[in-house]
Design a binder for this molecule. Sequence first.
Ligand SMILES: [Zn+2]
Ligand SMILES: [Zn+2]
Length: 344
Amino acid sequence: MTTTDHGGGVWSVAVPIPDNPLGHTLVHVVDTDRGPVLIDAGWDDPASWDALTAGLAALGTRVADVHGVVVTHHHPDHHGLSGRVREASGAWIALHPADTAVVRRTRTAPPTSWLRYLADKLAAAGAPDAHTAPLRQAAATGRGGDLPGLRPALPDRDIVPGELLDLPGRRLRAVWTPGHTPGHVCLHLEEEHPAGLPGGGRLFSGDHLLPGITPHIGLYEDPEDTTVTDPLGDYLDSLERIGRLGVAEVLPAHQHAFAGAAARVRELLAHHESRLAALHALLTTPLTPWELAERMEWNRPWDEIPYGSRTIAVAEAEAHLRHLVKRGRAEPVPGAGPVAYRAA
Ligand SMILES: [Zn+2]
Ligand SMILES: [Zn+2]
């Protein structure tokens, strides 16, 4: 079944993500006095659009009636269809300004400059030429224009952390949870649980808190920003804040709804602590982020990790390194070439 009734005027529609092991995005539909408001919209693909519109029809409404789209973060499996929903309905789109900045950059920068930036970053992280060559080649030949999500919709409204969103008849408060992206937000529905589950309301958690997977925490990747950000530190802080909300149920954007947010938060915090400890132990010899990624534990041996996933893995290794440096547990080794880190 593609739609689920979560009670109390909240439903979800499973919108497929083409060729992706995650399977689908759960687009949540919140009934308001002015019509349905969507939390996320799904991937921009004809089959996904059909699933979304069919799902809304099954709930007895229409995409033309949508009053607003609240987007948890800028990733294409969440923000992809927002623009098309707005065209069909005149709905507003709301996003946190930090992710709006990413959207603006994506819309204006030519894809070739992004490919060059990525190749330079990977080289600085110690990636071998064999890994960066395809990116440089694509940049030189002007390929890469067909990457998904290159023309994401500009939102109409800012999501303001701590404030209620404009949902007539409902209480939905934005909680800023940076980490997975700089402007990721969770949305707290501050209403009693419809089935009487104990706790304070329900949380639309986007990709921040999922029942069975850990979200990717990489770098924020802003070519114009030279400050050294700490996305993993941001993520761990955001997790703790969400754990303290004491919500009765979590409605994530992938997998399935679950209770026990605080326990899941503790699990994720412990996961990252043990990962940080394991990485710290590896840094008895200085390693570049690439070398560290090769030695880290993944869901399969490094040799079997496909090209694109290696790029993501290196960003994840670097995010952990940055956080160790921030905690004073690792330091860069002075020298030429890609920067290596050792335990401090
Ligand atoms: Zn995401
Ligand atoms: Zn996602």
